[in-house]
Design a binder for this molecule. Structure first.
Ligand code: SAH
Ligand code: DHB
Ligand code: MG
Length: 223
């Protein structure tokens, strides 16, 4: 089989069908997003399941997500929470937040999910002032220019063992271009931060599949 986009896509579809069959609630999120005209940039099913497994592995009770869109990744993460768990997700676009509210409620995890409308950096400041419990897992998937700022803010609300996941850190290789666009520059910058910040232990993997060529970084706050 040729190593091209169509083979990556077919293998990803096989992995999804074999390991992560989407039941109706998740399939309905995709339909609902499409009806509302949201861009189809949610994580792939096998990536959503990875987020869910990571949250289970760390025994997450408090999860923070930056970038809600229609709530697809939100639902995967919230499903890993215990009944007294909480997921706070930050979204700047009121229409995305409204669609996500409907989707998350329909998927049956609405009581666990708090959608905060606004620019994430501003909401981070509000969360800091609320002095809530530290987060066990943080998923960063919004405007890539602010990736490094989001990791720094997340560090202030973390504890030893908190896991920080950053989406889209490869961008089809654009992170190594001489003049990267602001998104690719932000993705590269966050990798450099994850590699140099002494409080973090991190790695990143390139991914191919239905979302094209991209990557995911995973970091753990040191004890
Ligand atoms: N995590 C979602 C996809 C998120 S797409 C999933 O996998 O299902 C990125 C989202 O980040 C978009 O909805 C966009 O409106 C939002 N966003 C962009 N800039 C933002 C900002 N400054 N603050 C909060 N959200 C932002
Ligand atoms: C884009 C954003 C994402 O979070 C993603 O997973 C894929 C694409 C984008 O802005 O193009
Ligand atoms: Mg993404």
């Amino acid at each position: 089989m040729a190593n091209d986009d169509s083979a990556w896509r077919r293998v990803d579809e096989f992995l999804g069908a074999t390991l992560v069959p989407e039941e109706s609630a998740l399939a309905e999120v995709h339909r609902s997003n499409a009806r509302a005209g949201l861009p189809p940039i949610d994580v792939a099913p096998n990536q959503g399941k990875l987020l869910n497994l990571l949250a289970q592995l760390v025994g997450a009770r408090r999860i923070l997500e930056v970038g809600t869109l229609g709530g697809y990744s939100t639902i995967w993460l919230a499903r890993a929470l215990p009944p007294d768990g909480r997921l706070i997700t930050l979204e700047i676009d009121p229409q995305h937040a409204a669609v996500a509210r409907t989707n998350v409620d329909r998927a049956g995890v609405g009581e666990l999910v708090d959608i905060r409308l606004g620019a994430a950096l501003e909401t981070f400041a509000v969360l800091e002032s609320e002095c809530g419990e530290a987060f066990d897992l943080v998923f960063i998937d919004a405007d890539k220019q602010n990736n490094a700022a989001y990791v720094r803010a997340a560090l202030d609300m973390s504890h030893a063992g908190t896991v920080i996941v950053v989406d889209n850190v490869v961008r089809g290789g654009a992170i190594l271009e001489a003049q990267p666009d602001p998104n690719a520059a932000g993705s590269r910058e966050v990798l450099e931060l994850l590699g140099s910040e002494p409080r973090l232990d991190a790695t990143a993997l390139q991914t191919v599949g239905t979302k094209g060529w991209d990557g995911l970084a995973i970091a753990r706050v040191r004890g």
